[in-house]
Design a protein around this ligand. Structure first.
Ligand code: 3PG
Length: 206
């Protein structure tokens, strides 16, 4: 499981958090991202069409599509059936983690405290989202977590309040595998605008 979630974390340094309201936009937005090197796509289960969006984005060559805002086991199973290859959650519960493990689904649960992380470690995880990253103390807090727990080999994807001007700062931390954020698609950006923002990251184009 750790190997598979690492494949997700290492696929791209930026994981866009996508809130897509129109399924017709799914493929053009995924293509705009993937063609600019942004290959890991977190589709939040916050819109009525989110499951269809996962199905559409999963058809885009080179896209590694996961479900975000996954809150419980039922979401895990829906996401898997739709073709999601990983799940991300804003928080952590035993029901959620056990459901993901039972479904053989790589999971990145949200953590904000050492106790959250310890709960995940108890269940065999050591890859976590740090959320909401900036409001929770930002880079200094994650450094403090890493000071205490870094020897365990844990890794994070900080998300929440990170944008095009700060994403690289987070990646300087040895425990940060990649960063998440909505800035590439926020404000109902068109596929053209998404492509422009993704290109500004300067990743290798596909
Ligand atoms: C999430 O869904 O993970 C966050 O809402 C993303 O945070 P951001 O909008 O501050 O990037």
């Amino acid at each position: 499981m750790v190997k598979r979630i690492d494949q997700v974390l290492d696929a791209c340094p930026v994981m866009p958090v996508l809130v897509i309201n129109d399924v017709k936009q799914a493929r053009p937005i995924a293509e705009a991202l993937v063609s600019n090197g942004v290959t890991t796509l977190e589709v939040t289960l916050r819109t009525p069409c989110a499951i269809e969006v996962i199905q559409e984005m999963a058809k885009v060559p080179g896209a590694l599509v996961g479900a975000g805002t996954v809150l419980h086991g039922q979401h895990v199973r829906q996401a898997k059936a739709a073709g999601a290859q990983f799940v991300v959650s804003p928080g952590i519960t035993t029901e959620l983690v056990r459901s993901a493990l039972a479904a053989d689904m790589p999971i990145l649960p949200g953590t904000a405290t050492i106790s959250d992380i310890m709960m995940g470690m108890d269940m065999g995880l050591n890859r976590f989202k740090f959320f909401p990253a900036v409001l929770n103390g930002g880079i200094p807090k994650l450094k403090a977590f890493s000071g205490v727990l870094g020897h365990t080999g844990l890794r994070f994807c900080p998300t929440g309040g990170i944008d095009g001007s700060t994403w690289k700062d987070w990646l300087q931390l040895p425990t940060v595998a990649c960063v998440g954020g909505s800035w590439l698609t926020s404000g109902n950006a068109t596929p053209e605008e998404v492509a422009k923002r993704a290109a500004a990251l300067g990743l290798k184009k596909k």
